[in-house]
Design a protein around this ligand. Sequence first.
Ligand SMILES: C[C@@](CO)(OP(=O)(O)O)[C@H](O)COP(=O)(O)OP(=O)(O)OC[C@H]1O[C@@H](n2ccc(N)nc2=O)[C@H](O)[C@@H]1O
Ligand SMILES: Nc1ncnc2c1ncn2[C@@H]1O[C@H](COP(=O)(O)OP(=O)(O)O)[C@@H](O)[C@H]1O
Length: 301
Amino acid sequence: MAPTSLHNCPAPAKLNLFLHVVGRRPDGYHLLQSVFQLIDRSDTLHFDLRSDERIVRTTDVPGVPEEQDLIVRALRALQAEYQRRHGRLPPGIDVAVEKCLPMGGGLGGGSSDAATALMAANHLWQAGLTDAELIALGLPLGADIPFFLFGATAFAEGVGEALQAVPGPDCWYVVIEPGVSVPTVAIFTATDLTRNTKAITISDFSRRHVESNDLIGFGENDLQDVAARLFPPVAEAIEWLGGYGAARMTGSGSCVFCAFSTEHEAEQVLKHVPARWRAWKAKALQRHPMKIALANPFVVE
Ligand SMILES: C[C@@](CO)(OP(=O)(O)O)[C@H](O)COP(=O)(O)OP(=O)(O)OC[C@H]1O[C@@H](n2ccc(N)nc2=O)[C@H](O)[C@@H]1O
Ligand SMILES: Nc1ncnc2c1ncn2[C@@H]1O[C@H](COP(=O)(O)OP(=O)(O)O)[C@@H](O)[C@H]1O
């Protein structure tokens, strides 16, 4: 029997270990190449089936009206797909969200929340959609959603929807939140954005990543210079963290990270982070924790 609630569901953050802009689609969207890495810093979501058919967010998310919340939009998209397949709506869901991940941080929090919601509702409704079908539902809502549904370290192409598994690093990260929210659109519309990095193949990536011989590995974040120019705290955080290793921005910013071999090394760096920034350590995850939980009936419910 399917459960009627799923509580304490993790929606982990991602880091873009590198992010290249390799071209543009005819509709103006930028073609990217990136490696996405899950980390163990998460929002937490709670789901309860309702006796009617409404999707209701029961917690306030400052700055995100309920109707615009990617969680609510993802659940409604899956509800409509269920109706198309079964000729009736499944029960509604109350969803509560505890935000931990900063918005506009490049950690993919909103997309991860939506992906966790799709996985949870697919289970609660016994809707039976495959990962590929959930990815097709999620992609129009946000380009990072397919990665979270994929659920493991991935080499991503297109706008982020063409995903192939790559071995994930076994390391710890120090992540600094520079205290600014970067709107993705502001970075992609900048005239000085580099849009012509040479595309590589996944085997180029694997070889050059090993050759690069440092933990952060191959590549650059092509969005970083624009974000650092428009948002000076991003530049300051990169410069400060760069004193301890190769520091890089994730996604379109604002967060900045550096990789370390051990938790202890990450803790030592954290002790010195200037008080004006929130900073934390996180471990690289090999697999999405929600996928692990849903594959094990004794963990969920
Ligand atoms: C850059 C990345 C990398 O992981 O992540 P974040 O930093 O947001 O986490 C993503 O590709 C973010 O994709 P997504 O989350 O869909 O971006 P949105 O905020 O919806 O995009 C806002 C606007 O940026 C432009 N945009 C976005 C993605 C892309 N590949 N090309 C674009 O040109 C479009 O004009 C779009 O309307
Ligand atoms: N559940 C949600 N959590 C966070 N942001 C959301 C959510 N739903 C919609 N959004 C919108 O998505 C934007 C990007 O947020 P987020 O995904 O956390 O950052 P980023 O895209 O930089 O990784 C927010 O500014 C907000 O307007």
